[in-house]
Design a protein around this ligand. Structure first.
Ligand SMILES: *[C@@H]1O[C@H](CO)[C@@H](O)[C@H](O)[C@H]1NC(C)=O
Ligand SMILES: *[C@@H]1O[C@H](CO)[C@@H](O)[C@H](O)[C@H]1NC(C)=O
Ligand SMILES: *[C@@H]1O[C@H](CO)[C@@H](O)[C@H](O)[C@H]1NC(C)=O
Ligand SMILES: *[C@@H]1O[C@H](CO)[C@@H](O)[C@H](O)[C@H]1NC(C)=O
Ligand SMILES: *[C@@H]1O[C@H](CO)[C@@H](O)[C@H](O)[C@H]1NC(C)=O
Ligand SMILES: *[C@@H]1O[C@H](CO)[C@@H](O)[C@H](O)[C@H]1NC(C)=O
Ligand SMILES: *[C@@H]1O[C@H](CO)[C@@H](O)[C@H](O)[C@H]1NC(C)=O
Ligand SMILES: *[C@@H]1O[C@H](CO)[C@@H](O)[C@H](O)[C@H]1NC(C)=O
Length: 459
């Protein structure tokens, strides 16, 4: 039963509004002013005016806000008549890029677009301001983005070095803006212009709607070998944190001990994080998110450490973590990711992952993914259950109910992968630690819930 919490109710809007006393929120508010919120051009005074997205996309807006608990209650009783599918969740995406990435960011946006989700686009400071303005205008010229009011562009950017602390700071900035923009999302996903999806949003939202909303997906391990030590012990200074000019990171000759006040975990920079956890990192009263941030401000690869370490050192979250970020990455012998191309297409699809990285700009394999996996035409969103157009090329110019999902084969692949992850005895007992005998998330009933969607989707 615990697996079907109703989606977060809109009351969070008021909580963020009234909590403007803490300095942290003030900071978030200030950052929010810099945001070019395309949809509501009225005065940006907090709290933002209630958004009124287009009624054809959200005919059941009432249902989203005042969710009827009866629709999700009987999921676990097999005797009941087929219950209504749960209300789909929504995902907040942060998409980051730098100079010359505008086209890739737009392509990625189309490929992961769904009216229920939220999107925040961030071009870092190595891209000229003109690029940011043009990107905002291009986004604004797309009717469905305007109608659903869910694509936002950060108007003022900072420098970001790809793996340094500045990259972590940029991710946290994006997450805090997304928390301010709307209360209606359940998971946070951080993507870069190098990433691309391997399933449609209808597939992803469909599968996520059967999972408890407090699950976090991130690769993590407490094993710190020489390779990891080499990334954690050096002391660095990331100039992107304080200089206006872009310049190289510099390394101190001294090295330091690993911390013992908490246990370090390292993992992947990609993750699917629950809203509750993102709030804990940004608005929470526990101090670990801040202490760790300070510690990591001089650490290379801080973006690989931050989320896994907080998750695994917090009593509230150490049982909510699945040891996989659902992202496919192919590492070479030096543990560096190497670009994916057509020869990896079959592996990509068989992996059952939701995303893959890195791709080179306009690599032909992206066209193949568009054609064979997403069924997406160039310059158009992926046709989902909300697209009612008749003609092949204009499917998504007629809008229907955004709550209606049409999952395809991608949902089956994702389901299979999740069931594997959840049924793996080894990873079950080792969640967040190397200790045995811990009983983590109730994987059994989770697995049943995920499998049930299969029968429903095929019937
Ligand atoms: C839920 O179901 C119960 C019993 O079937 C009913 O009394 C109640 O009014 C329902 N609640 C809502 C919000 O529909
Ligand atoms: C962006 O593209 C321009 C022209 O194609 C090129 O001169 C420049 O080096 C590129 N910048 C980056 C950071 O790749
Ligand atoms: C997570 O998975 C990786 C790779 O399969 C493994 O090395 C690591 O030990 C796992 N983490 C935990 C906490 O079990
Ligand atoms: C996460 O771990 C799995 C193995 O458990 C591995 O296949 C995958 O490449 C890892 N992902 C990242 C982003 O490191
Ligand atoms: C967010 O994603 C970007 C692009 O993939 C990556 O460089 C960055 O490290 C990520 N941030 C965190 C905190 O994982
Ligand atoms: C989670 O935290 C609790 C309380 O701190 C602790 O007892 C438990 O061992 C932790 N579990 C894992 C898997 O680390
Ligand atoms: C794909 O990349 C691999 C290694 O990165 C390379 O060996 C192969 O030739 C590439 N294939 C194509 C079709 O470009
Ligand atoms: C289960 O997890 C272990 C260790 O994380 C890994 O070696 C094994 O391949 C996994 N099995 C499956 C079926 O994913």
């Amino acid at each position: 039963m615990q697996h079907h919490h109703p989606p977060p109710i809109s009351t969070t809007t008021t909580t963020t509004g009234s909590a403007v006393t803490t300095p942290y929120i003030l900071l978030a508010t200030t950052l929010f002013f810099f945001l070019l919120v395309l949809s509501f051009t009225t005065s940006p005074s907090p709290p933002p005016p209630p958004i009124q997205p287009h009624p054809s996309l959200f005919p059941h807006h009432q249902r989203i806000l005042f969710h009827n608990p009866n629709t999700t209650q009987n999921q676990d009783s097999p005797a009941a008549t087929p219950p209504l599918p749960p209300t789909p969740p929504s995902v907040a995406y942060l998409i980051s890029g730098s100079a010359n990435d505008s086209d890739r960011i737009l392509r990625l946006l189309y490929s992961i677009y769904h009216p229920r989700n939220q999107y925040l686009l961030n071009l870092d400071r190595s891209a000229p301001q003109a690029d940011r303005d043009t990107l905002a205008l291009r986004v604004q010229s797309v009717p469905v983005f305007r109608a659903a009011q869910n694509v936002h562009v950060i108007g003022k950017a900072d420098y970001v070095l790809p793996t340094g602390p500045s990259s972590l700071s940029s991710t946290l900035h994006g997450a805090s803006v997304l928390l301010r923009v709307t209360a209606l999302w359940d998971w946070f996903i951080n993507l870069s212009a190098n990433d691309y999806p391997l399933v449609t949003q209808d597939d992803l939202l469909h599968i996520l709607s059967y999972l408890p909303k407090d699950l976090n997906f991130v690769n993590h391990t407490s094993y710190i070998g020489w390779r990891e030590s080499r990334k954690l012990k050096p002391i660095i200074v990331d100039p992107a944190l304080y200089l206006l000019e872009n310049s190289e990171t510099f390394y101190a000759t001294e090295k330091r001990q690993l911390p013992d006040a908490y246990r370090l975990f390292t993992g992947s920079s990609s993750a699917i994080l629950s809203r509750k956890f993102v709030e804990f990192c940004i608005l929470g009263t526990d101090n670990l998110p801040r202490t760790l941030l300070m510690y990591l401000s001089n650490t290379p690869a801080s973006n690989l450490v931050y989320f896994p370490t907080i998750l695994c050192n917090s009593r509230q979250f150490n049982r909510t973590t699945i040891n996989h970020s659902l992202q496919y990455v192919s590492l070479d012998s030096r543990q560096e990711p190497h670009p994916l191309n057509s020869s990896t297409f079959d592996d990509l699809i068989q992996s059952g992952a939701a995303f893959a990285t890195p791709f080179l700009p306009n690599d032909p394999v992206l066209d193949r993914i568009d054609r064979e996996v997403l069924e997406r035409n160039p310059g158009k969103p992926v046709p989902g259950g909300w697209c009612l157009g008749e003609s092949e090329n204009e499917k998504c110019s007629v809008w229907g109910d955004a709550d209606v999902l049409k999952p395809g084969p991608g949902a089956k692949r994702l389901e299979k992968r999740l069931v594997e992850l959840l049924s793996n005895e080894t990873s079950r007992s080792r969640q967040c630690s190397t200790d045995h005998g811990i009983e983590p998330v109730d994987h059994q009933s989770l697995r049943r819930a995920v499998s049930r969607q299969h029968q429903r989707a095929t019937s």
